[in-house]
Design a protein around this ligand. Structure first.
Ligand code: URP
Ligand code: ZN
Ligand code: ZN
Ligand code: ZN
Length: 478
């Protein structure tokens, strides 16, 4: 078994930082040592197979992106990253674990879909992967399948309050699924937007000739997110199930989550980089020479980007500091402009919903440290440690300690990263939602279960390095 020493760096955890060497033996971390330590009298640097010099650099636990949609069939097309391209791009950006969503559409068998997702991922991934299950057809067979999936390590289930006829569950279906989750220990996840309101607003906007991407934002108002978030919390309270609200973008939804948490409920919130940095005015309302007022299609996702004039973005950073929001995932759901997003030319409601960011989450959040919005420790917590605890992987993932998987990122605070489709990007997209973003830091080396998969020459791993993670129940409950 190969041994590697990550030497001379500053090891950062969710609770502190310090100079330390990390000894990796095979796939796991063997020891976290005083810098320059010897073991049984011998100089470690001389006795290991490989030394990674981390002098002047940070050593983080590998990033965990708990919300991705590789190859997802959605909006009449498929998300443009496969498990192969998407996980490789993730690796480039210092993410060593994803949790992807198995999709059940109406009339589909949940367990068949679960097996299909395994077929898509197996042998193709650059990094480790787990699965959540989306339920779009809550009936007896789906509820029974939830018990079986828990045994398979799929311990979290997403329901939707939007997308009628595709994903939407009514309140009675949500109640039944939440009751099942309360009985088997699952974490229930919610896409919290009132789809009934949104569908009417969309039809009214289109009838007025408001067809550009900007109106995707105005027809999914914060009130629809706040109301749905509140309703989901009430059904969770009634049933006693823990609730994780995905892709929170409205400050009013944050307030609902904060109030539930103050009341003592196991209610959690996730936000995404796009809701921290991007806005209705600047992105959804953008124009370009190439696309005219269709440029905003690049940022059509749901929940939508919110108005900066209303202060949602600043509030989201604050909520990350105060733990009203616990973690950041990408909701990586990429589509190309040509042949995919352009299906919505002349009708924004036909633009496939989603943004691709799996490669950039660590850098974008690290910039929050540089900008004084987060501590370095909180950065590690929201990008790795909390996702591991929230979704039953902690101990193996999310922490640098003996016995944990050697998923490690050597990050250079003196490095620099320019994000863009030509500059750095490895996702299968013909544009970048982050074109021109500059990061005051750089992912230098990435280890996945002890294997160096990114070094100074670039990606050096192989497809199939990544393995399925059979997750346990959430370790985050109050
Ligand atoms: O726009 C989004 N978020 N696309 C992915 C599907 C979802 O709702 O998470
Ligand atoms: Zn969603
Ligand atoms: Zn999603
Ligand atoms: Zn560098």
């Amino acid at each position: 078994m190969a041994t590697t020493l990550i030497a001379g760096g500053t090891v950062v955890s969710s609770t502190g930082r310090g100079a330390a060497d990390v000894l990796v033996d095979g796939e796991q971390i063997a020891a976290v040592l005083q810098p320059g330590s010897s073991l049984l009298g011998s100089d470690l640097r001389a006795s290991v197979d490989r030394v990674v010099d981390a002098t002047g650099k940070y050593v983080f636990p590998g990033g965990i992106d708990a919300h991705t949609h590789m190859e997802m069939p959605f909006g009449g097309t498929n998300a443009s990253d496969t498990f192969e391209t998407g996980t490789r791009a993730a690796a480039w950006g210092g993410t060593t674990t994803i949790v992807d969503f198995v999709v059940q559409y109406p009339d589909q068998n949940v367990l068949d879909q679960y097996r299909l997702w395994h077929e898509k991922a197996a042998g193709n991934c650059a990094i480790d992967y787990g699965f959540h299950q989306i339920l779009s057809d809550v009936q007896d067979a789906s509820l029974t399948a939830m018990d079986e999936l828990i045994d398979e390590g799929v311990t979290s289930f997403k329901l939707f309050m939007a997308y009628k006829g595709v994903f939407l569950s009514d309140d009675g279906q949500i109640l039944r699924a939440f009751q099942k989750g309360a009985s088997n220990g699952a974490m229930m996840m919610m896409h919290a937007e009132n789809g009934g309101i949104i569908d009417v607003l969309v039809q009214q906007a289109l009838a007025r000739g408001e067809t550009t991407p900007f109106f995707h934002g105005t027809t999914r108002p914060w009130q629809a997110e706040e109301e749905a978030t509140h309703r989901a919390i009430m059904i969770a309270h009634l049933t006693g199930v823990p609730l994780y609200v995905v892709h929170v973008s409205a400050k009013q939804a944050v307030a609902q989550i904060a109030a539930a948490r103050d009341f003592g409920l196991n209610v959690f919130g996730e936000t995404c980089p796009q809701y921290l940095y991007l806005s209705l005015e600047e992105q959804l309302g953008a124009r370009s020479d190439e696309w005219g007022d269709f440029e905003g299609a690049k940022w059509v996702c749901s929940t939508p980007l919110r108005a900066r004039a209303d202060g949602h973005q600043d509030h989201m950073w604050q909520a990350l500091r105060t733990n009203d929001i616990q973690m950041v995932s990408t909701d990586h759901c990429p589509f190309c402009m040509k042949g995919q997003k352009d299906m919505g030319l002349g009708d924004f409601s036909k633009i496939p919903n989603g943004i691709g960011s799996v490669e950039h989450r660590m850098d974008l959040l690290y910039q929050g440290v540089v900008d004084g919005r987060l501590t370095l420790e909180r950065f590690v917590e929201i990008t790795s440690t909390t996702p591991a605890r929230m979704f039953g992987m902690y101990g193996r993932k999310g922490v640098i300690q003996p016995g944990a998987d050697a998923d490690l990122v050597v990050y250079d605070p003196n490095g620099h990263t320019t994000i863009g489709v030509d500059a750095t990007h490895h996702m299968n997209m013909d544009y970048s939602a982050w074109e021109g973003f500059e990061i005051d830091g750089h992912v230098d080396t990435v280890l996945s279960r002890g294997k160096v998969i990114v070094d100074e020459t670039g990606y050096v791993g192989s497809k199939g390095d990544g393995r399925y993670i059979k997750r346990g129940l959430s370790q985050y409950l109050i």
